[in-house]
Design a protein around this ligand. Structure first.
Ligand SMILES: [Zn+2]
Length: 78
Protein backbone atom coordinates (compact mmCIF):
# COMPACT_ATOMS: atom_id res chain seq x y z
CA UNK A 1 0.00 0.00 0.00
CA UNK A 2 1.30 3.43 -0.81
CA UNK A 3 0.27 6.70 0.73
CA UNK A 4 0.48 9.83 -1.34
CA UNK A 5 1.67 12.70 0.72
CA UNK A 6 0.66 16.22 -0.05
CA UNK A 7 -2.80 15.17 -1.04
CA UNK A 8 -4.22 14.43 2.37
CA UNK A 9 -7.32 16.57 2.02
CA UNK A 10 -8.90 14.18 -0.41
CA UNK A 11 -8.10 11.11 1.61
CA UNK A 12 -11.34 10.85 3.45
CA UNK A 13 -12.69 7.37 3.88
CA UNK A 14 -16.14 6.45 5.09
CA UNK A 15 -16.09 3.84 7.81
CA UNK A 16 -18.87 1.64 9.11
CA UNK A 17 -20.28 3.29 12.20
CA UNK A 18 -22.45 0.27 12.89
CA UNK A 19 -19.39 -1.91 13.16
CA UNK A 20 -18.85 -0.31 16.56
CA UNK A 21 -20.17 -1.93 19.69
CA UNK A 22 -23.70 -1.14 20.77
CA UNK A 23 -22.35 0.76 23.75
CA UNK A 24 -20.08 2.95 21.69
CA UNK A 25 -22.85 3.67 19.22
CA UNK A 26 -25.11 4.78 22.04
CA UNK A 27 -22.40 6.99 23.50
CA UNK A 28 -21.63 8.70 20.22
CA UNK A 29 -25.28 9.13 19.34
CA UNK A 30 -26.14 10.70 22.67
CA UNK A 31 -23.02 12.74 23.40
CA UNK A 32 -23.33 15.56 20.90
CA UNK A 33 -22.97 19.27 20.56
CA UNK A 34 -25.31 21.15 18.27
CA UNK A 35 -24.13 24.53 16.98
CA UNK A 36 -27.65 25.44 16.01
CA UNK A 37 -29.34 24.65 19.31
CA UNK A 38 -26.22 25.57 21.32
CA UNK A 39 -26.85 22.60 23.52
CA UNK A 40 -25.08 19.40 24.42
CA UNK A 41 -26.40 15.87 24.30
CA UNK A 42 -29.49 16.43 22.21
CA UNK A 43 -28.51 13.37 20.25
CA UNK A 44 -27.90 12.70 16.57
CA UNK A 45 -29.47 10.54 13.90
CA UNK A 46 -28.28 9.15 10.57
CA UNK A 47 -24.69 8.84 11.78
CA UNK A 48 -21.87 8.39 9.31
CA UNK A 49 -18.30 7.84 10.30
CA UNK A 50 -15.37 9.25 8.37
CA UNK A 51 -11.66 8.97 8.61
CA UNK A 52 -8.79 10.91 7.12
CA UNK A 53 -5.12 10.52 7.79
CA UNK A 54 -5.31 12.73 10.84
CA UNK A 55 -8.87 12.72 12.03
CA UNK A 56 -11.72 10.42 12.84
CA UNK A 57 -15.19 11.83 13.16
CA UNK A 58 -18.87 11.11 13.04
CA UNK A 59 -21.39 13.25 11.17
CA UNK A 60 -25.08 13.12 11.83
CA UNK A 61 -28.18 15.23 12.18
CA UNK A 62 -29.32 16.89 15.37
CA UNK A 63 -32.37 15.07 16.68
CA UNK A 64 -33.83 18.38 17.78
CA UNK A 65 -33.34 20.63 14.75
CA UNK A 66 -31.88 18.49 11.97
CA UNK A 67 -28.70 20.56 11.60
CA UNK A 68 -25.45 18.78 10.94
CA UNK A 69 -23.67 17.59 14.05
CA UNK A 70 -20.06 16.53 14.02
CA UNK A 71 -18.39 14.59 16.77
CA UNK A 72 -14.66 14.28 16.59
CA UNK A 73 -13.18 11.13 18.04
CA UNK A 74 -9.93 11.62 19.84
CA UNK A 75 -7.83 8.71 20.95
CA UNK A 76 -5.57 9.58 23.79
CA UNK A 77 -2.30 7.88 24.45
CA UNK A 78 -2.03 6.71 27.97
ZN1 LIG B 1 -29.90 21.18 16.95
Amino acid sequence: MSVEKGNLESKVVERDFYARSEEEQQDFLSQTWCNQCMEVDLGMKNPKEFESSERLWIEGECVNCGAQVVTEIVYEDE
